[in-house]
Design a protein around this ligand. Sequence first.
Ligand SMILES: Cc1cc2nc3c(=O)[nH]c(=O)nc-3n(C[C@H](O)[C@H](O)[C@H](O)COP(=O)(O)OP(=O)(O)OC[C@H]3O[C@@H](n4cnc5c(N)ncnc54)[C@H](O)[C@@H]3O)c2cc1C
Ligand SMILES: NC(=O)c1ccc[n+]([C@@H]2O[C@H](COP(=O)([O-])OP(=O)(O)OC[C@H]3O[C@@H](n4cnc5c(N)ncnc54)[C@H](OP(=O)(O)O)[C@@H]3O)[C@@H](O)[C@H]2O)c1
Length: 241
Amino acid sequence: MSWLEGTVVENRHWTEALFSLRVSGPRLSFQAGQFVRIALDIAGERVARPFSFVNPPEDPVLEFYGIVVPEGPLSPRLEKLAAGDRLYVASNPAGFLILSEVPEAQTLWLVSTGTGIAPYLSILRTETPWKRFRNVVLVHAVRYSQELVYQEVIRKIPNLKYVTFVSREPHATSLTGRIPAAIRDGRLEAAAGAALDAASSHVMLCGNPQMLKDATAALAERGMRKHRRRNPGHITVESFW
Ligand SMILES: Cc1cc2nc3c(=O)[nH]c(=O)nc-3n(C[C@H](O)[C@H](O)[C@H](O)COP(=O)(O)OP(=O)(O)OC[C@H]3O[C@@H](n4cnc5c(N)ncnc54)[C@H](O)[C@@H]3O)c2cc1C
Ligand SMILES: NC(=O)c1ccc[n+]([C@@H]2O[C@H](COP(=O)([O-])OP(=O)(O)OC[C@H]3O[C@@H](n4cnc5c(N)ncnc54)[C@H](OP(=O)(O)O)[C@@H]3O)[C@@H](O)[C@H]2O)c1
């Protein structure tokens, strides 16, 4: 692994805490859904964290979507970067939240909380989901409606079923509460207009580790289990912390 130097082209702020960094320079080969470590030198030390690619693989400008964790060492500094600033990008993208690891299914469910939507924005802008699955459902759960980001990207994706949850304020077009409860009581299936079961579905889960755990338990009640190469299943997970 080596470090490549990147230049910030744009740092878009969606809210006080949410930002999207566009970075030029490094030419990386990766699969949609993967992540790469990005880094800054802080007090003489290189501090690196994994970030999922938001951009599809053929896009030469890299894009990362982040949130400020106020007590964290890296994210508050990334949020402050401006056009022209430098950062480091590792040369070795990685990760298994990729469609080449997903078995055949009728419906692909891309389920996220918070910044966990990032890898799906890359996957959804490739041809593979549309060639392989009859239904593609994007699920995004956030605390507040202003965190329903990338609307201009999402609304342009033809045939996508898009279901949102806003948990901490009323929002007319979103479900309330949390994803696992809506899996259990059938509200998620009803909102998507697709069955969520072992016979028809593969579910990718990304974001808050507690959501991953709780959603996996709710899916297990429907006879679904984690996918392994040697023991195929219906659930693929990526925890952000
Ligand atoms: C495979 C992988 C992919 C990732 N992709 C992304 C991404 O695309 N965008 C992104 O913002 N983060 C992503 N992360 C998390 C990211 O690597 C950092 O942890 C995050 O940016 C905070 O960095 P920090 O140094 O400020 O704090 P850290 O010391 O890394 O984290 C401190 C605490 O902040 C909380 N936290 C960390 N990340 C998040 C988050 N994303 N949302 C809410 N709370 C969080 C957790 O409680 C964590 O223990 C990913 C992590 C992994 C393992
Ligand atoms: N700097 C700032 O101003 C600022 C602002 C906001 C956040 N932050 C940072 O970002 C962190 C939170 O990020 P976030 O809001 O993206 O993440 P989050 O806490 O993961 O919340 C995102 C969504 O996931 C839901 N969720 C949480 N736990 C779940 C579980 N076990 N099962 C199912 N759903 C679950 C939340 O519902 P609930 O609402 O029911 O929990 C919410 O709808 C904070 O800890 C803080 O460090 C900073």
